[in-house]
Design a protein around this ligand. Structure first.
Ligand code: ZN
Length: 198
């Protein structure tokens, strides 16, 4: 089945409440998703990123919010072919690699959307000064994926390919809600796994 861009995830209401919209994809918004939405929505700290998961049976809706620096190594507009290729490669990877997976790698992407904040908002062609202005100096990735995983029993251990792929990523905060509750974990290069009981 071809990967399709999810219009549902793309049309979420606002940047500051991504997980509220994400949670509402699940049955009747019964999960306590709003808990996460109010938690420091504007944080942008290089080296740190946040991954939010909504887990229901064999389905996972996830959202990654990360400074572009963590993935690309820069946040300005791509100026060289090398930089453009780098962004294209990252986008391709984010569209095709499940950001979490179980040991037997049974999770598959059924929908994905990748946005690089600030990408198309300013037309700076013809501008003379090359200093990044305040608005353009920081950019973030917003990545949504829907996954289908086989055999999601209780207490499944997950890993995130992000920690292996991107060496600028020093700490990944993972937060999840499932039908049995919510939890969180902090992944680092030396601690790449987390366990969800559900
Ligand atoms: Zn930044």
């Amino acid at each position: 089945m071809p990967i399709q861009t999810s219009t549902v995830l793309k049309s979420r209401a606002s940047r500051t409440q991504p997980f509220l919209a994400l949670g509402c994809l699940l049955a009747a918004c019964t999960l306590p998703a709003a808990t996460f939405a109010a938690d420091n929505p504007g944080a942008h700290e290089h080296g740190h990123a946040r991954l939010q998961l909504a887990i229901e049976k064999n389905s996972i809706d996830l959202m990654l919010t990360s400074p572009a620096y963590n993935l690309a190594g820069f946040e300005h507009e791509a100026r060289t072919n090398e930089e453009r290729n780098r962004l294209a490669e990252i986008k391709q990877w984010l569209n095709t690699t499940p950001l979490v997976n179980v040991d037997d790698a049974s999770c598959r992407i059924t929908a994905a959307a990748v946005e690089l904040g600030g990408e198309d908002t300013d037309d700076t062609h013809g501008h003379d000064h090359h200093g990044d202005d305040e608005k353009a100096s920081h950019r973030e990735y917003d990545v949504s994926q829907q996954l289908q995983c086989q055999g999601m029993g209780a207490n499944r251990e997950f890993r995130s390919a992000l920690m292996e792929k991107f060496e600028n990523l020093e700490e990944l905060t993972v937060e999840w809600v499932s039908q049995s509750g919510q939890g969180s974990a902090r992944l680092t290069p030396s601690n790449r796994a987390f366990t969800v009981s559900h």
